[in-house]
Design a protein around this ligand. Sequence first.
Ligand SMILES: Nc1nc2c(c(=O)[nH]1)N[C@H]1C(S)=C(S)[C@@H](COP(=O)(O)OP(=O)(O)OC[C@H]3O[C@@H](n4cnc5c(=O)[nH]c(N)nc54)[C@H](O)[C@@H]3O)O[C@H]1N2
Ligand SMILES: Nc1nc2c(c(=O)[nH]1)N[C@H]1C(S)=C(S)[C@@H](COP(=O)(O)OP(=O)(O)OC[C@H]3O[C@@H](n4cnc5c(=O)[nH]c(N)nc54)[C@H](O)[C@@H]3O)O[C@H]1N2
Ligand code: SF4
Ligand SMILES: [Mo]
Length: 888
Amino acid sequence: MDATRANTTVRTTCAYCGVGCGVLATPRADGSVDIAGDPEHPANFGRLCSKGSALGETLGLDGRLLHPRVGGRRVSWDAATELVAERFAHAIAEHGPNSVALYVSGQLLTEDYFVANKLMKGFIGSANIDTNSRLCMASAVAGHRRAFGADIVPGTYEDFEQADLVVLVGSNLAWCHPVLHQRLMAARDRIGTRLVVIDPRRTATAVDADLHLAIEPGSDVALFNGLFAYMSEVGAVDTGFVAAHTCGLEQALAEASGHVADVARLTGLDPSDVQAFFELFARTEKVVTAFSQGVNQSVSGTDKVNSIINCHLISGRIGKPGMGPFSVTGQPNAMGGREVGGLATQLAAHMDLEAAADRERLGRFWQTRSVADRPGLKAVDLFEAVRDGRIKALWIMATNPVASMPDADLVREALKACPFVVVSDILPDTDTAKCADVLLPAAGWGEKDGTVTNSERLISRQRAFLDLPGEARPDWWIITQIARRMGFTAAFPYSKPADIFAEHAALSSFENDGGRAFDIGGLAALDAAGYHELAPARWPFRRDASAQTRFGGDGRFFTPDGRARFVATPVAGPAREPRYPMVLNTGRVRDHWHTMTRTGRSPRLSRHIAEPFVEIHPLDAAQAGIGPADLVRVESPLGQIVVRALVAATQRQGTVFVPMHWNGQTASDARVDSLVIADTDPVSGQPALKSGRVRIARFPARWYGFAVTRSSPRTQDCDYWALARARAGYCAELAGLADPASWRDLFASLLGFTLAEDDVHALHDVQSGHHRLAAFSGDRLLGALFVAREPVAASRSFLAAALTERFETPQDRLALLAGRPRGDVPDTGALVCSCFEIGTNQIEALVRAGGAKSVDDVGAKLKAGTNCGSCRAEIRRIIHARSLENAN
Ligand SMILES: Nc1nc2c(c(=O)[nH]1)N[C@H]1C(S)=C(S)[C@@H](COP(=O)(O)OP(=O)(O)OC[C@H]3O[C@@H](n4cnc5c(=O)[nH]c(N)nc54)[C@H](O)[C@@H]3O)O[C@H]1N2
Ligand SMILES: Nc1nc2c(c(=O)[nH]1)N[C@H]1C(S)=C(S)[C@@H](COP(=O)(O)OP(=O)(O)OC[C@H]3O[C@@H](n4cnc5c(=O)[nH]c(N)nc54)[C@H](O)[C@@H]3O)O[C@H]1N2
Ligand code: SF4
Ligand SMILES: [Mo]
């Protein structure tokens, strides 16, 4: 490290979710980095969640891509960029601009995103650039544009704190936006905010709700249409606002039915719950309705968004303190991507691809005649075009579509069939990077500089606090080099992110008389120092400095007549597929991020949930003959995966939930998107990632195993495996359909080396099928394997900790094989609090001993739940379960 960096604290922004928390990062001389929340950042005021707090554990360089590679061989940057430019130019010359494509990401910084979009839509002259935001925010964008005439999020996080009622629709806020959730819960403690959660699953977020509506998947439109009609009937209408600032009320109301009985039937809810929700919503003025992927990722995603907005427009509850519809964004720069026009259907700075005046304006600004004049291919269509040969050259940046796109095996096939695939990533071996002809090493979080925009339109700086490793380069630099080599030198003169930001800001106010909501002209004159120092700034940030915190409160919208639109949202029936009777719901867990390329490297984050799973209602599990912790085959018309059964009444009957995180490096067959058919919303093109159709069956494992190993285990001899990082090595869950010829050989192959007789301790009970093996080098454990006929019951945390201990006596080694913690090493159980590494057993013991009656008591005694707060709902669940037990 550059010595000047050591011990210097840098203000930056978290690499993960759209809450956009400010982070203080302090690199140390030993290569570690201390991470703390930034007390001055207005998104988090010093808080961080478990993922943010563990950012320091994800920065190591092992496994990083540090040099450009062509066909697997290291080449110079000159050679790599020349090749990419030449192949793209060649495809364009032969087959036209629409024969090339870019697939980018809401995890790029605004500056990266801006130049990628400029290259494609302004100079190559095609709009074939789409982004993983198509899988994430496209329905929200389309819904905003239909209702408001522009992609605006009207409110701010403060509204969550000022509301009397917060309705969370298809949002697991406690796990996915934990710091915003914490702000909400803190406000609730002060002012008694009512909380309604609408989610088919009883999530950690739903546990805390006053009312949880475990809705039939996909039926949100029926619920909000019902609410809309009810509000009209009971007169919860702001007639002045509706008359002066909206249009389309009658047509929209004609589509909606407010009969509670109908709504209950369509949504699968109890009529009294529906009634209670309608009454509460109608009578509460200060309501925030926040929504996320349970809304967006649906064939009716855009209609869901508009059905929610309709309820806010009719009551005029928008753009005022404590009220409004609020789209919670996923990725750190989901919003920035929308500002630069990252979607194939938009132009930069919120200009409209389909409006000639906007295209001409952009051409004037960029001094180009090549502005794309028709929308490009949306993600699902784009990979379809790659597969059928229409796309000859594809460049993927900062996203892993072979793991995250629906019909993911088809995406892999498409990449294999494509004549030229370029991938810019920080890792060489993601499922997608493995399909690349050219790999370009990108700079990662902490190494790069730029800006991101969070859910509440706050633009914050991400700042570098580490040197660029190897030959890694920031994405904007890579794109700029290739643009120049394609002949666009004058249009890509950038030497630093500040140059790009200045152009982006200038474009936003170029010929903008207030008709375009996105205007940050007030930041266009920042010089390099001003950009370096830029404090979090909310848009709009106009040149005339007129302040505006929210949109819509003044009744002004961005449609041609300035009025907001009610949109009629018809109710669609659920699709049925008798051979695949269950609905496959997918999403996130608390401590992992997407395809695990970063959080998978953190031992701490890997302990909360260490294995891919399928959550099944007990009755469905019983019917399929699946017991707790069995392995399950989840099958769809597209393929199958094998994951662990989590049998729980939190799941709605007839539906299962599988997390999206596990990839080809962390599990044998757990890429859930290989099961999901690529059905899309007709308006937004966003895929329905929460409503696959599947059937489930017990995976007929002959044996189950659990192993800990010091180095990465070789799992090729196991039919099922899932890996997680541990403090000093790895944990592996294993299973096989047939016994191996020798358990010792299987163990040796797992460890990857031949074992000397003396180094192995083993216990075999052939009768019961229990086998336990451990290999030592001196007093250090190299690895251990526990095998059983049923799911292995040994304590994972105890065995993982054994990798860090010394085994001096034969008794110590025997105790390990017995699977028993030694007296001095208590078994902490499954991890609950990642920040302080507190497990279930510790919390249960405290509660059982009468030492804690509340989450705060647990915090006072064990510190659990007192830092990021992400685990408070789980602690509450443990206390609740124990108190029931004590009562019985
Ligand atoms: N820990 C963690 N946090 C993250 C991420 C991560 O990977 N890990 N990713 C970030 C990103 S990019 C995003 S987009 C956000 C996503 O944040 P969320 O949208 O909150 O997360 P998900 O788990 O995808 O889905 C939310 C909920 O939608 C529910 N749902 C499914 N179908 C329906 C339905 O038909 N109606 C309703 N009302 N609900 C339904 C699911 O049961 C699920 O609990 O999280 C961000 N934060
Ligand atoms: N079934 C199902 N599928 C889903 C979802 C779901 O809920 N269910 N959610 C969808 C949603 S909302 C989203 S947002 C997507 C997310 O899906 P992806 O975008 O595929 O997820 P990530 O794993 O975050 O991929 C980011 C990639 O960028 C790399 N990377 C990290 N930093 C940098 C950098 O600075 N530069 C470059 N060039 N690369 C970098 C990482 O190593 C990683 O390979 O998944 C979607 N897929
Ligand atoms: S809530 Fe957590 S993941 Fe999201 S930005 Fe804040 S610290 Fe990062
Ligand atoms: Mo997302």
